[in-house]
Write a protein that binds this ligand. Sequence first.
Ligand code: ZN
Length: 710
Amino acid sequence: MATLLAPIVLDPAAAGTAPPSDVEAVGGNPLLGEWSTPDGVPPFDRIRPEHYEPAFDAGIAEARQNIERIASSRARPTFANTLEALETAAPLLTRTQGVFFTVAAADATPEIQKVRAAVVPKLTRLESDIYQDQRLFRRVDRLYRTRDRLRLSPEQARLLEVVHRRFLRAGARLGAAEQARLAEIDQALARLSVQFSQNLLADQKGSDLYLTEAEMAGVPEALRASARAAAAAAGRPGLFLIPSTRPAVEPFLTFATNRAAREKVFRAFNMRGDNGNAYDNNAIVTEMLALRAERARLLGYPSFAHFQLDNAMAGRPEAAMDLLRQVFEPALVRVREEEAELLRLAARDGLNRIEPWDWRFYAEKVRQQRFALDEASLKEFLPLEGMVAAMFDVTARLWGLSVHPRPDVPVYAPGVRVWEIRERDGSRIGLFYADWFARDTKQPGAWMNSIRVQSFLRGETPIVVNNCNYTPPPPGGRATISVDDLRTLFHEWGHALHGLLSRVRYPSLSGTAVYTDFVELPAQIMEHWAQEPSVLRVHARNADGAPIPEAMLEALARARTFNQGFLTVQQLSSAILDLELHALPQLPEGFSVRAWEAERLQALGVPAAVGMRHRLAHFSHLFGGGYAAKYYSYTWSEAMDADGFDAFRETGDVFNQEVAARFRREVLEVGNSREPAESYRAFRGRMPTAEALLRNRGLAPGGARSAAAD
Ligand SMILES: [Zn+2]
C-alpha cells in the first residue's frame, strides 16, 4: 500500500478575508469590464443580480456580430477563419454564462430566477439562429467534405466532426419548410418540458401528507423533528408533514412501523403526475413522444432513440439494450431471492405477501440483523471535514496533486470555499470552488459545473464548482455525512477532476464536454476510493478523534451488495422502458402511457413489489431534463467504472501510480478531443464487459457472497 502523504490542512472558514476585487466596471457593471482579479476569477463581491441581463445582452450582441462576420466572409473557408473563429466568437457571453449559471443553480434568489426566465429564450434563439444559418453551414460543410486534405491535427479533425454534427442535428441540411417545422417542434418540446416540471412540482405539493403521531411510529427522531417543524410552519401544528420527495419518503418507508401509513405515503409518492387532476402529465408525455418521433423522422432516423444514441458512445439503441439485458436478467433472479427472504421475516407479522410499501421496511430489518450496521452510529465517524481531507488525500496518492486554500478569492455565497489545485512540481492547474451545504435557494441534488473551462486556444485555466445539499452543522458543532453523501462527495470531485485536468486546445472539447454515457465514468470511478479502508482508517474519526472501529469497516464492506437485486431492477426497468418507449417509430392509435407502462413491466417480469424507480408520469430525466432515451447512461458508465477500477485492483494496489497516470492521460486529460471508446481502449487495452459491474453488485454467478468478501 502506498504511504500516506502529509495530511492536508483544511482552511478555517475564510469569510471576510478577501480584499475587494480589482475590476474596471463599465457603466458601473463589473460583468462588462476587465477583471484584474487573482487568476481572473469572477468578482462575486461586486456582481449584483441587475448586472446580469445587460451583460447577457451585450454578450449576445457581440456574439451575433462576430458570427455574422464569419458567415458573410468572402474568404475561402479555412479551419482558422471558421472553426477556430467560432470557438472564440463569444468571449463576453461565455464568461457571463459561466458566472450566471453557477449562481442560478446554487443560489437562485427570486431576482436570479427572473433573470433566468428573461435570458434563456434569448440564448435558445441565438443557438437556433447559429445552427440553422445556411451560410455558416456551407462553410463548415465544405471543410468537412475536404477534411482529408486539410492536414488537421487529430483534435482539429475531432472539432470539425463535432461541430458539423451539431449543425446536422439542428436540421442545417433540411429545406426551409422542414427547418421551420423543426423549430416549431423544438419550441413546443421546450414548452411542454417546462409544463411537465411545473405540473410535477404542483402535484408533488398536492401530495404532501400530514400524518398523526400514531402514523409516525418507528420513524427516527431527526426525521420526526423536521416533519413536525414543517407541519407547524405550514399552519398544522401537532401533525407531521411528509412531502412526496425521495429524501423524505425513502427513510419513512424504511422505518415507519405503521403499515397503513406506509401505504399512504408510498401511494402519494408513486402516483405523482398520474392523478387524473389538472396536473396530470400523461397527455404531456404522449404529446412529447409524438413530437420527438416526428423530429427524428424529419432528420432521417428510425426513432428518437436512434437519433439520441447516434450522438452517444453506445451508438445504437440495440447496443445499450444489450448491456441493460445482461444486467437485468441476473438482477431479476436476485430480486426474487430477496423477496422470498423478506417474506420469511414479514410472515412473522402475519403478512402473506410483500407490497411495494413493505420492501424497504423489511429490507432494513434484514440488513440490521445480518450486518449489525447502524446508519446513525456510522455517521458519527464521517465528519465532512475529514471526508474532504480523505478525498484530497486520495487525489495526492493517485496523481501527486496538492490543494491550497485561496481565501483571497471572492465567492457568491457565505460558506463557499476555494482551493487552488497544483501539480507535484508546484505549477498551478486551476481553481476548485466547493459549495456543500443546502440552502433554500439551491437546487436539490449534487452537481459539478465550470465557471471557466480549460482551453489552450483561449489560454485559460479551469475553474470548477462542486455543489451538494448536505445538512449544515449545528451551531458550534461539526457537519457529519452519511455513506451515500460520502459517495456523492467523491463522485462530484471526480467530475471536478475531469474539468480540472483537461488538456485540450478547443473549449468545445474541454473536460466534461463528452457524451452523456461517458461523462459519469470519471465521477463513478472516484466513488470506489470513497470506501477504501486505508483511507477511512486515517480520516473517519468521531468527535473525540477516535478512528472508525474495524468491525464497522468490515460491516460496511460486507453490506455493499445488500438489496442490490431491488435497486438494480428498479433502475434498469426505468432504463429499459425509457429506451423501448423512445424506440417506437410512432405511437399507436389511442396510446395510453399508463397502460403501456403496466403492460411492459409485466412482460419484463418486474415484481409488483419492486416496480420502477421513476414512473413515466414523473420521470423528470426524460420529460423535464436532457436524458430522453439516455437513462441507460448510468449503467453504461458503470460498466466502465467497475471495469476501470479493476485495472487498479488487478495490480494489487488501488493506488498504483502507473495505472493512475494512464487513466489521467487517456481519459481525464483528453476531454472530447477523440471518440470516448478510443480513450477507454487506450486506458484499459480493451473495451469493458459487464462482468465487473455484475460482480460489484453481487449479481455475478456465485452471487452476493463472493462479492461481499472483496
Ligand atoms: Zn455524475
